[in-house]
Design a protein around this ligand. Sequence first.
Ligand SMILES: NC(=O)c1ccc[n+]([C@@H]2O[C@H](COP(=O)([O-])OP(=O)(O)OC[C@H]3O[C@@H](n4cnc5c(N)ncnc54)[C@H](OP(=O)(O)O)[C@@H]3O)[C@@H](O)[C@H]2O)c1
Length: 227
Amino acid sequence: MPASRRTGVDLRSGAGLDAVLRTAQAVVHCADDPSGGDEVTVYGTRRLADAAAANGLHLVHVSIVGIDDNPMRLYRRKLRAEQAIAAAGGPATVLRATQFHSLAAFFARALTFGPMTFSFGDMPFQPVDTEHVATRLADLALGASPAAYARATDLAGPDVLTIGELATLVRAHRGASAPRLVHLPAVGPVLKAVARGDNLPSATTAETGGRTFAAWLAEQPRQLRGR
Ligand SMILES: NC(=O)c1ccc[n+]([C@@H]2O[C@H](COP(=O)([O-])OP(=O)(O)OC[C@H]3O[C@@H](n4cnc5c(N)ncnc54)[C@H](OP(=O)(O)O)[C@@H]3O)[C@@H](O)[C@H]2O)c1
């Protein structure tokens, strides 16, 4: 059953957690609150992992591809969340996924000003469809439970697209012409990591699949919103 603050389960406080876990056969943990610092991402994850372990439940968690050496604060936190799950000691599987299509589209919009799109390096992404990720998470949760902490094969979408290519597709979706691409120097470790494409999965070990970004976009409303 779905569980989040909307249904009275809060990972910050642990409210409602025991009751919902009592009826669960496995847990798929997708909750996150990046604006709240460590509270939900790290401590809430540890709280959930401890509770799942205490109930003997397999915890499946979605994380992000490329977080090992990425200096981005959110990525540091997601890495600590994975470590918190491992430290809890229960059966757990972490699936790292690339950026969801909606987030890639958001980045393309956020970097587009009028007819111009700004890019630090090429800024490549290999975005993935959330339906594909959800199916994989469900398969893991319904499959055999590992004895302890395990990592699943990283998951990515079928195409690598630069921010310029993403912005062109997003603008075409609302009937606008291709943007003029303006390359800016990547300053600082975070922008350098983005420019290098540290968020891309390994070309040899990641599993790819799901709808392409273009196929996903074709099914979205003309006016894209949110992330
Ligand atoms: N977006 C991406 O491109 C991407 C890529 C790879 C991996 N991921 C990972 O996938 C997961 C989902 O990402 P998303 O972008 O879909 O996130 P999202 O839209 O922000 O959803 C986060 C969910 O967490 C719940 N939540 C927030 N605070 C909570 C709390 N204190 N207690 C319980 N639940 C809480 C929210 O529901 P309520 O408001 O009802 O509590 C919401 O449903 C995250 O772990 C993220 O790191 C995302």
